[in-house]
Design a protein around this ligand. Sequence first.
Ligand SMILES: [Mn+2]
Length: 354
Amino acid sequence: MATDLDSMVSSLLHGYLNQRVEPADSQVFWLPVINIPRDEFVLRTECTYVFNKCGIQTEELIFIDEIDLKGLANSGTLELVIVDHNKLSPKQEHFGDYVKGILDHHKDEGFYLHSKPRIIEVVGSCTTLIISNWLNICTSNSIDHRTLLCNETAMLALGPILLDTINLDERYDRVRPKDTDVAKTLTEYLIGTPMEFPGGEKYYNEIREAKFNIHHLPARDLLRKDYKEWKIAGYAIGISTVTWSLDAWLQRDGEKEFMNSVENYAKEHSLDLLAIMTAYEKKETKEFARELVLYVDNEKLNELPKRLEDTELNLKKRALSLCEQVRLFSYEQNNVKCSRKQVQPIMKDAIQSL
Ligand SMILES: [Mn+2]
């Protein structure tokens, strides 16, 4: 499961807000767990942005590699509420018996039917369901939610709701009335607070910008941020997608450093081929562009770049000296419609034809 801003905020808020409405003598401790290893958190730049803005100390968060779920399960004290997914990932499937609650906005896969609550509803953002469920709990317990909410919490909740619904814009068919209602409650709460919340649009734009603002990440992080791996005809093939231009990257790191990073990454993953697909907007023309860099670390694949040059990818060798490198090939990918989804099968065909 991909853990994005929505899943993180859903988990945090569901735990935090439910703890706030637990009776004073309750023995229940809600622990929000973020379902990625801690060291991957920095790669989600939209998350670091929102968390920072809302005053959340990342050191205080619990990531999946920092909690002993098995131990808790064995001691009989574990109950899981899963948010933003309704079926455990294959790696976590063995915790199925511990799932006692679900709040999610994906298609219902029909598992853990005894869960309570079991709220699976197609809305723009899972956070919408977390907040509306909590508001209902407040109402049915005659609690004024305003006394338990704080500015930072409201701001945090608005983040994924705005991001996932494209700022509640109905033209994109992502937003549902419940998202709009919840966002309205949160917005009203925020207006006039010291959070300097002038409106949703500015906040939405800031989050979007942060999402693509990856220029500060070291090369290895750029390579692993959006990375997939396959075994094709016995070869280990990795493809990284990077939303930045090669020129800007080379300008920052220099060719030698770039080369080293690529080589090290390929080694770290024991790859025969590492492909880097860049995707970015050209500064002057605002035109969408793609590049493809191939790093070949197995002689048997030496012919592969040539084969790819003859495909629909419409590759044009870049004029840079990078092309002179023995095992590194860099291209403009003039067929910009082909994302990794298309490039991977094209590459697979080319490899199988060798
Ligand atoms: Mn979601």
